[in-house]
Design a protein around this ligand. Structure first.
Ligand SMILES: Nc1nc2c(c(=O)[nH]1)N[C@H]1C(S)=C(S)[C@@H](COP(=O)(O)O)O[C@H]1N2
Ligand SMILES: [Mo]
Length: 438
């Protein structure tokens, strides 16, 4: 059973004016006032044993994420109950607690459409065509059947994460779908290596960048416009884990996730992983398609003032995704049985191109941290499972926090990272509110 947050009072205060709420609740030294602690406790449904450690300016997770109308839930054949963030185009995230499996099942792969999926699918999917052209010696036009026959198949467990994952944590609000942490999937993909196909086509010395095209339909219906068309430097295209995939978890790719053929470019923004793939154009310069220019999929080189007008010259293309960890076995807002003291926590952590060196968990607003056991990735670009036990001293309201550190020593912070207008690369700590019943 979930905690039933009361919906008035502090929720509204935090919703309308978080700064005023903070000023009322915290004293000048940033410590939660006694009376505020009691009323916040009443609101959260129990006392807050570590309330004195709650940093001012940090809205309790229960208040920040728990109020208001319930989310809209996806009802689609073959898909789990994902949370809908938008319906035209369809965008739906997988709540962290549905991502508990080490390998994400097909029904739990999130959905990020920029246009509408293709209306017509060939009766025989093996007749689907893929063109490789541009800066190659021998342009190729292959059916899916030919692709499968001609090239060796590889299977890897690969992260595919939207560049905007974590965007909801940016303040001021960044534009775009307000993802929490659920724009991530780590499924077992099967396909051929893009590298092998490019080698068969023969890259010319002038080949610099890829450009991806799919058969989905632009929201305007205009056939000359791409819903999205991104690309990558040739070096990334030649990595052994960059796949042209035709199967996932041993079966067909769900239609909304790009059947029958898509790219999987692990570790980099999901927008590179073109769905309904029909063409890869090899270019002699950086691609300038839909999603490649302005502040799209770009992040500031020097930090910018949050909310300011961006200076486009200060932006670079987002490549590797940042380090992130999630708690997957306890849903946000879980009510734990009276008497619960030892809590087993588990989840996953990943870091784009890097590996995860450590995961720490905290139940006292970050005063103390417990080191989790972190498993090795099953292959490069698979996420890493972690597990930790934590002790809660009494009943009451707690937040379970997780923080991962990558192989460069970079850890997740309270804030999502460098603010940017479209909110890319946000990787704030994952916080799960729980209540131990009295
Ligand atoms: N053809 C096409 N490919 C696409 C997209 C799209 O809208 N059209 N969205 C991209 C984005 S932004 C992401 S994050 C991933 C999401 O893949 P999924 O919907 O299978 O989770 O697909 C990428 N590939
Ligand atoms: Mo995305």
């Amino acid at each position: 059973m979930g905690i039933r947050w009361k919906e008035r009072g502090l929720f509204e205060l935090y919703g309308d004016d978080p700064e005023r709420a903070d000023a009322l609740l915290f004293n000048r030294r940033g410590v939660l006032r006694g009376a505020a602690m009691a009323s916040m406790g009443a609101l959260l449904g129990g006392m807050i044993p570590f309330g004195r450690s709650l940093p001012s300016g940090l809205i309790p997770a229960a208040l920040a994420q728990g109020s208001g109308a319930g989310p809209k839930i996806l009802k689609m054949d073959g898909k789990a109950e994902l949370v809908i963030l938008g319906d035209r185009p369809l965008v739906a995230e997988t709540p962290e607690h549905l991502l508990d499996d080490s390998v994400t099942p097909n029904d739990r792969i999130f959905i990020r459409n920029n246009g509408n999926p293709p209306e017509q699918m060939p009766a025989d999917l093996d007749s689907w065509e893929l063109v490789i052209d541009g800066e190659v010696n021998t342009p190729l036009k292959l059916t899916l059947g030919e692709l499968k026959k001609r090239f060796k198949h590889y299977t890897y467990v690969l992260q595919m994460e939207c560049g905007g994952n974590g965007r909801a944590a940016f303040e001021p609000k960044a534009s775009g779908n307000q993802w929490s942490n659920g724009a991530i999937a780590c499924a077992r993909w099967t396909g051929v290596r893009l590298k092998d196909v490019l080698e068969a086509a023969g890259l010319k010395p002038t080949a610099v960048y890829t450009a991806h095209f799919g058969r989905d339909v632009h929201l305007t219906g205009d056939p000359s416009r791409q819903a999205i068309s991104r690309g990558m430097p040739i070096a990334k295209a030649l990595e052994p884990h960059t796949l042209i995939a035709f199967a996932v978890n041993g079966g067909p790719i769900p239609l909304v996730n790009g059947a029958p053929l898509r790219l999987i470019v692990p570790g980099w923004p999901g927008s590179l992983s073109q769905k309904w793939l029909s063409r890869i154009w090899i270019r002699d310069r950086e691609h300038d398609g839909q999603g490649m220019t302005g502040t799209s999929y770009r992040v500031p080189i020097k930090p910018m003032v949050p909310g300011d007008k961006p200076d486009n010259a200060n932006f670079r293309i987002l490549e590797s995704m940042p380090v992130r960890s999630i708690i997957t076995n306890i849903a946000h807002g879980t009510e734990l049985k009276a008497g619960t003291r030892l809590v087993g926590m588990r989840g996953h952590a990943w870091a784009g191109e890097q590996t995860v060196n450590a995961v720490h968990v905290s139940a006292d607003f970050g005063q103390t941290w417990t080191k989790a056991k972190v498993a090795k990735a099953v292959n490069k670009y698979a996420w890493q499972d972690w597990q930790a036990d934590i002790t809660l001293p009494t009943e009451g309201y707690y937040e379970l926090w997780t923080r991962a550190t990558d192989s460069f020593g970079r850890a997740q912070g309270h804030a999502p990272g460098v603010w940017n207008p479209q909110g890319y690369g946000g990787n704030a700590l994952h916080r799960v509110a729980v209540l131990v019943k009295a």
